[in-house]
Design a protein around this ligand. Structure first.
Ligand SMILES: NC(=O)C1=CN([C@@H]2O[C@H](COP(=O)(O)OP(=O)(O)OC[C@H]3O[C@@H](n4cnc5c(N)ncnc54)[C@H](O)[C@@H]3O)[C@@H](O)[C@H]2O)C=CC1
Length: 380
């Protein structure tokens, strides 16, 4: 299977276009499960496949990954009957682009491999369905512009929405049906069941732009179940260091709130960063929290403006403080910031299992891709 992925690698883009084309031709009834614009989708499929092939002989991680994928597919409306159709078209696409390298043995290996993956995904989805809905309708109850294309959006789901501080939710908006994006609640669970998300309107981001500029109280979005492992271990008494870049401050704020709620007996150092001082929208709030909690200290870093005492990217500023080798670290923000901060912490002797971060663009996938990159010295 690995060899065949290497063969089709150079044609990966065309192969995924072909895959969706034959899937929708042969099974037009599944077209409605996908967004109009398939660009993000194609990329996700490809990365998912590559990751699965990467894990073919690591049963434990393969099962963990496919289980998450199966649960995550509930909100798309994936049904058991869809899996054979996808498998058939996937094999057809692989066969076409592998050309003469395709053989009956390869076809058998892929059929078996896909069968196992589909079984694990369906099983995980069925189990998940016993415990929680696939989707929650959530009404926008508050919308606050924080400047610089950032909005704080509060929604109220139509039923109890279980999550742990630090996790993230997926959201679909009425403006871009079937296009799901991920945002973290910026607080520990609330008794009134509302959730506040921080959203930055990114240039190409149709979903985030709609949320920031179109959403109004009364609009209804849909939420998928939360995911993510960047949560506090109540059994640990290590001090924490948290690094929050831009809107990545949301889950860090949630963790701090949760720590306070747990009656924390450890110190927490938070670094909040933005491009300019004006964009440090979450700082005042964090500073107010630090006035209430003696164990919390908050520092700011500004990366694109010259301000004495605050200047620098978060990883750079993080490196100037410490040492952190006894700490538990939580990182949230742009991928490059997370990667660089991880390298700095690792250099200071923080073991990988104490550096926590969640992937954002493609949950589950990127975490593993990135952790692989970070254990690969060539990638540093
Ligand atoms: N909205 C949410 O709920 C959450 C968002 N995120 C992620 O956080 C990110 C936030 O993006 P923006 O607000 O646009 O942040 P940004 O691009 O304004 O960056 C904020 C800070 O991160 C650091 N940084 C950025 N690029 C860096 C680089 N290449 N090397 C070193 N440090 C760097 C700098 O200190 C910068 O000031 C997004 O990628 C988002 O996916 C993560 C968790 C939750």
């Amino acid at each position: 299977m690995r060899a065949s992925v290497a063969v089709v690698g150079p044609f990966a883009g065309e192969m995924t276009v072909y895959f969706y084309a034959i899937l929708f031709t042969r099974y037009p009834q599944v077209r409605g499960l996908f967004p109009d614009n398939l660009d993000v989708q194609r990329d996700r499929l490809l990365r998912g496949l590559l990751h699965i092939v990467d894990l073919v002989d690591d049963a434990e991680n393969l099962v963990r990954f496919c289980s998450r994928l199966g649960k995550d597919h509930r909100k798309f409306g994936a049904l058991h009957g869809h899996y054979p159709a996808v498998g058939e078209c996937l094999l057809a696409a692989l066969a076409r682009y592998a050309g003469p390298a395709w053989s009956p043995e390869l076809a058998a290996a892929w059929t078996h491999g896909y069968g196992v993956v589909a079984q694990v995904m369906m099983h995980a989805a069925d189990e998940d369905a016993l415990n929680r809905p696939a989707i929650w309708q959530a009404e926008v109850v508050h919308h606050l512009h924080r400047g610089h294309g950032i909005a704080e959006i509060t929604v109220r789901p139509d039923g109890p929405y279980p999550y742990t501080a630090g996790q993230y939710a997926s959201m679909e908006t009425p403006w871009q049906p079937k296009a799901w994006r991920y945002y973290s609640p910026a607080h520990a669970p609330r008794s009134d069941n509302t959730l506040t998300f921080h959203v930055r309107a990114v240039r190409q981001g149709q979903v985030s732009r709609a949320l920031v500029y179109n959403a109004r109280p009364g609009d209804v979005v849909r939420l998928g179940p939360t995911q993510g492992e960047m949560t506090l271990d109540p059994g640990s008494d290590r001090d924490l260091v948290c690094v929050a870049g831009g809107t990545g401050v949301a889950p860090i704020r949630a963790l701090v709130e949760q720590a306070a709620r747990n009656g924390i007996k450890r110190y927490v150092d938070v670094f909040v960063g933005a491009r300019t001082a004006e964009e440090l929208y979450g700082l005042d709030d964090m500073l107010r929290m630090s006035q209430r909690h003696h164990w919390l200290s908050v520092r700011a870093a500004v990366s694109h403006e010259r301000i004495a005492g605050l200047e620098g990217t978060l990883p750079r500023v993080l490196g100037e403080f410490g040492p952190w080798y006894e700490h538990e670290a939580f990182l949230s923000g742009p991928v490059d910031m997370v990667t660089e901060a991880t390298a700095i912490l690792a250099r200071q002797g923080v073991p990988q299992e104490r550096i926590h971060f969640d992937p954002f663009d493609v949950p589950a996938l990127e975490a593993s891709l990135r952790s692989r990159q970070m254990t690969d010295p060539a990638a540093e």
